[in-house]
Design a protein around this ligand. Structure first.
Ligand code: UD1
Ligand code: UDP
Length: 367
């Protein structure tokens, strides 16, 4: 039997890595299709190298475009690959345009679709990711929500596929790499940082950085708290945010230092060592919760409410007063919360489900 995995962005590479490796361990034929949504070395190749992943069988080199054009070109390219290989199932992960294109191309080719990290909902349809999540879930044959909460959303929407709570594969990745990050990464000394004496910031969501006022407000709140507490903020900046900063002519407050996007080990090291993390990233909300670092989310909604329920995350929005208040509450918070995203065996559970669901003659997926 053959499993195809479609991916295209930094978080998909990180969260699909455990699936690719689990296929390898079990001798399952895995066809890897990269859409090329992310292509800059530091958003793409660096993760294939560091996580020791095979070169994709296909790279569609779609690149950066408008939503319609980007998704359309992906659909065309993925359909061609699926016509040629006809895998038993196509796995997609998360909520990007690559996720949607992979799921839609497979569904239209009558190939089973499995959605990894299904059921997440921000209930904000203005986010492009929310559209991608909802559509992907409703055309999937297998849905792998990370938690009981997300399973509940899927049941309420009466999706037609089989639902199996698997945990989040990000836990698998972190358990594999967090000790290595502490051992190997030199990023603290490279940047001249002291453990537990700096803040980490990531911000790249279209709704935050594509609007000048929102982006300025976001930077204002974070820098005010940094000034009040006399600590520096390190901001590994996503290219979307960097180009908006340049375009808007925004000057960064002196408390905030941007650095190039970091590789996985360096970023994990900073996440674990920071006193507090400010973010609008989905993956970073999960990872800080797993690593035991308090997080302030610079958004009004989150599709990861479990992080807030366990006390690891505070949803602050963008208003600087709210950001300062949330940060004051979260700073120094004792990380005694439970990790709500599973036990680090999500990838194995997903492949077990696919093996059990295969037709009798193809059911012998080697373990
Ligand atoms: C995409 C996802 C988002 C995810 C993020 C992960 C969608 C709709 N959005 O957002 O959900 O959180 O990836 O990082 O799928 N660029 C580069 N190099 C690259 C890729 C992009 O410089 O390799 C720049 C280009 O200027 C591009 C911009 O970033 O226009 C945005 O890229 P795009 O892939 O459209 O969306 P992301 O913001 O990366
Ligand atoms: N990440 C990284 N280097 C960075 C910033 C993030 O390796 O400089 C990793 C981070 O550990 C997480 C993922 O990228 O696994 C999150 O990606 P991103 O924030 O781009 O996307 P989102 O999760 O919001 O979709």
């Amino acid at each position: 039997s053959q499993v195809a995995i479609v991916l295209g962005t930094r978080p998909e590479i990180i969260k699909c890595a455990p699936l690719i490796k689990a296929c390898d361990r079990r001798g399952v034929d895995c066809l890897l299709v990269h859409t090329g949504q992310h292509y800059s070395e530091d958003l793409d190749q660096v993760f294939f190298d560091q996580l020791e992943l095979p070169t994709p069988d296909y790279n569609l080199e779609v690149g950066s475009r408008s939503h319609g054009e980007q998704t359309g070109r992906m659909l065309e390219g993925i359909e061609d690959v699926l016509d040629e290989h006809v895998p038993d199932v196509v796995l997609v992960q998360g909520d990007t345009n690559s996720t949607l294109a992979g799921a839609l191309a497979a569904a239209k080719s009558n190939i089973d679709v499995g959605h990894v990290e299904a059921g997440l909902r921000s209930f904000d349809r203005e986010m492009p990711e929310e559209t991608n999540r909802v559509v992907t879930d409703h055309i999937s044959d297998y849905l792998f929500p990370p938690t009981e909460e997300t399973k509940g959303y899927l049941e309420r929407e009466s999706v037609s596929g089989e639902i199996v709570v698997a945990g989040n594969t990000v836990v698998d990745s972190l358990y594999e790499y967090r000790d290595l990050a502490t051992e190997k990464s030199q990023i603290l000394s490279t940047l001249g940082l002291t453990e537990d004496d700096f803040y980490l910031l990531t911000a790249h969501r279209a709704e935050n950085v594509d609007d000048r006022d929102s982006f300025a407000q976001l930077l204002d709140g974070v820098s005010r708290f940094a000034a009040q507490t006399d600590r520096e903020v390190v901001y590994p900046i996503h290219p979307r945010a960097q180009s908006r900063l340049d375009e808007f002519g925004l000057t960064l407050p002196e408390e905030i230092r941007t650095v190039e996007p970091l590789d996985f080990l360096d970023f994990l090291r900073l996440e674990a060592a920071a006193s507090l993390v400010f973010t609008d990233s989905g993956g970073v909300q999960e990872e800080t919760c797993i690593l035991g670092t308090p997080c302030v989310t610079l958004r009004y909604t989150t599709e990861r409410p479990e992080t807030a329920y366990v006390g690891a995350n505070c949803l602050a929005g963008l208003d600087p007063d709210d950001v300062v208040e949330a940060a004051s509450t979260m700073l120094g918070k004792h990380a005694d919360w439970d990790v709500p995203f599973g036990d680090g065996h999500a990838a194995e559970r997903i492949l077990d489900t696919l093996a059990a669901g295969a037709e009798p003659e193809t059911a012998e997926v080697p373990k």
